[in-house]
Design a protein around this ligand. Structure first.
Ligand SMILES: [Zn+2]
Length: 247
């Protein structure tokens, strides 16, 4: 092996190790931060566990519905109408930018008993961000949510694209439970309501967390699919609940 090739090989090995070391170090720093309530706190009580939760944590036929990328003036009101009709509580993972544009919808989500989730300011991919940059974005997002709905609890955080990077430790330290999912039906592709209904009915598992979207475009198929799936699941003995909090 020539020295040049050897060096390249070494670099190939060292760079991932370095990145791994940095990210582990970052997570440790984020989790070692102060846990007491402060301006960062999301109103979710004490620091949450950094585990990414993807289940209800309850036995039997329980399922949690979560809706990302809103609030949206076209889809969210219709979705809220139908959730209210069926007495189903859900989680809404909000973009800060969309909260600014539709603050009255955040107040409606909260007043109708649903639960909030921070989904960043503008749907940023934070997989390579430093803990300080992550914290600044999540804090700004919580601030605009609280401007819209003062005192509202922001119980969860969900990383856009599931690109978690160092976000779970920071979110947990701010009192938000990192929230994953067990079923995604790619509703953003708008495959047709029948396809969405079939994917949901086939894919739902006991204790599952379902990822759907009420923002980011026309989500009328999602809303229609949810309106058909809720009564069918109820008939089959399913109960709608919230995702677990591990902390
Ligand atoms: Zn999203």
């Amino acid at each position: 092996m020539t020295p040049g090739r050897h060096r390249r090989t070494t670099e190939r090995l060292l760079v991932p190790l370095l990145v791994l070391g940095l990210s582990l170090g970052s997570a440790a720093i984020a989790q070692a931060g102060p846990g007491q309530a402060g301006p960062d706190q999301a109103g979710g009580g004490p620091a949450a566990d950094a585990t990414v939760v993807d289940s209800t944590g309850q036995p039997g036929r329980t399922v949690a519905l979560t809706f990302d990328d809103g609030p949206d003036p076209r889809n969210t009101p219709r979705l809220l109408d139908l959730l209210g009709e069926h007495h189903v509580q859900a989680v809404f993972c909000l973009w800060g930018q969309h909260v600014r544009e539709n603050p009255e919808l955040v107040r409606r989500i909260v007043s109708e008993g649903h639960v909030l989730c921070n989904h960043t300011m503008r749907h940023e991919n934070m997989s390579t961000w430093s803990p300080a940059d992550i914290r600044a974005n999540l804090r700004a997002t919580n601030e605009v949510i609280h401007e819209a709905a003062p005192g509202a609890e922001i119980r969860y955080f969900r990383a856009p694209y599931g690109a978690w990077g160092g976000t779970p430790g920071v979110a947990a330290d701010m009192g938000m439970q990192p929230l994953g999912w067990s079923l995604s039906v790619a509703d953003w592709n708008r495959p047709g309501t029948d396809v969405l209904v079939r994917r949901l009915m086939d894919g739902i598992s006991q204790g599952g967390v379902v990822l759907l979207h009420d923002g980011g475009g026309d989500r009328s198929q999602t809303v229609e699919a949810v309106s058909r799936v809720i009564p069918r699941l109820r008939d089959e003995g399913w109960r709608f609940t919230l995702p677990a909090r591990s902390g």
